[in-house]
Structures are given as structure tokens and as C-alpha cells.
Design a protein around this ligand. Structure first.
Ligand code: SF4
Length: 196
């Protein structure tokens, strides 16, 4: 049997990071509800009904309001039967207990968190919205509601980042007994704040 998986893109963020060249838009004044209307219609039009895995990425899916997130989750789970991994990308400061409980209630079983670094000065340079304490709180919240798998993204080759800085972030992530860690080297892309 052919295996089917889906990637669902939510192209909104509450702030645009200095290095980002992904397909994303500053969420303020964007037609988010209309985007969800179109997305849900497209999912309904799909002939596929059973999926092995679903990954909801962005942008930042957790930038949606609680109500919008619930609407999206209802649609995904009404339309598709998800057999295996159901992943959501998330920013640490947006993983409130309320939102993470909602994700868990609709069967999300993996969170991929954009941590990037534990060093406050580097988070500032990257233009991230979260603080180091948010990372610990987000992991605590996810574990409290029983999300079974947590993945963290880390970045290296950042301006002013030393090898010790990266090792420190890696050690802090490992100390939390995280299920999966991805690390990415910074690429300076044209038309990002880093390059203009
Ligand atoms: S949160 Fe992710 S997608 Fe959004 S601006 Fe930052 S790097 Fe880009």
C-alpha cells in the first residue's frame, strides 16, 4: 500500500527573525481566518483520507490564536485518519499550557520546537521572541500534558557565537532528556535582515 504523508504550512509569525527566508508573513493584519478557510477547503478536496504522518510547520503554527488553532485541529482530524506521527512546529514562548493541552487533545504526539540557542544574547541577535526560561517552561508544559516526543532545533555558526556557546546549548538540551535534536548551520540568505 502506498504510504501517504502530509505537510501543512501555516505561514505566519508574530515576529520575523533576522535570518529567516522561509515562506512566512508577520501575522498582524494578515487574513489568517481566510487562509484557514482555503487550507481546510484544500484538505477537504483531497482524495486521501488516511495518512501515515502529518507535519504542521511554518512560519509558526503556534502563532495562531487558540480559537484558530482549535479550528485547524478539528479540520485536520475530521478529514484525515492519522496512523502515526502527528507533529507540530512550535515556538517556545507560544507553547502555553492551554495551547499544548489543545494539541495533545487532538492527538499531536510530537513537538518540534525552534529553540536555536539557550544563550540570551544570541536569541536577541536572531530576533527570536522567546527567552531561555521559555524553553524550559515549554518542555515542562509539553511533558505535563503527556506529549510523547519532543524535538529541539539548535543553530550554529551564528554571529558572535563561540564553539563553547554551541556546546553549552547542546548540553542544556541533552540535560533535559529530549527525544530528538536537530542542528542547523546559519546560512546568510539574500533579503533577510542579516543580509540587507
Ligand atoms: S519563527 Fe521561524 S518561520 Fe518565523 S520568522 Fe522566525 S525563523 Fe522564520
Amino acid at each position: 500500500m502506498e504510504v501517504k504523508s502530509a505537510y501543512i504550512h501555516i505561514p505566519f509569525c508574530v515576529r520575523i527573525c533576522t535570518y529567516c527566508d522561509f515562506n512566512k508573513y508577520f501575522i498582524h493584519n494578515q487574513p489568517v481566518d481566510e487562509y484557514l478557510d482555503c487550507l481546510i477547503k484544500e484538505m477537504c478536496d483531497s482524495e486521501v483520507r488516511v495518512l501515515e504522518t502529518v507535519f504542521v510547520g511554518g512560519g509558526t503554527p503556534t502563532a495562531l490564536s487558540y480559537k484558530q488553532l482549535k479550528r485547524l485541529l478539528i479540520a485536520i482530524t475530521d478529514i484525515f485518519e492519522i496512523k502515526g506521527e502527528f507533529s507540530f512546529e512550535a515556538n517556545p514562548d507560544e507553547l502555553t499550557l492551554e495551547k499544548v493541552q489543545l494539541l495533545k487533545d487532538f492527538g499531536v504526539n510530537r513537538l518540534s520546537m525552534g529553540v536555536q540557542t539557550f544563550k540570551p544574547e544570541l536569541l536577541e541577535i536572531l530576533g527570536r521572541t522567546h527567552h531561555t526560561t521559555d524553553i524550559y517552561q515549554a518542555v515542562t508544559n509539553a511533558r505535563a500534558v503527556g506529549i510523547p516526543s519532543i524535538s529541539l532545533d539548535l543553530m550554529y555558526h551564528l554571529p558572535q557565537q563561540t564553539l563553547e556557546d554551541f556546546k553549552d546549548s547542546l548540553e542544556k538540551a541533552l540535560a533535559m532528556d529530549i527525544d530528538h535534536i536537530s542542528s542547523y548551520g546559519l546560512i546568510l540568505e539574500p533579503k533577510t535582515q542579516f543580509q540587507t
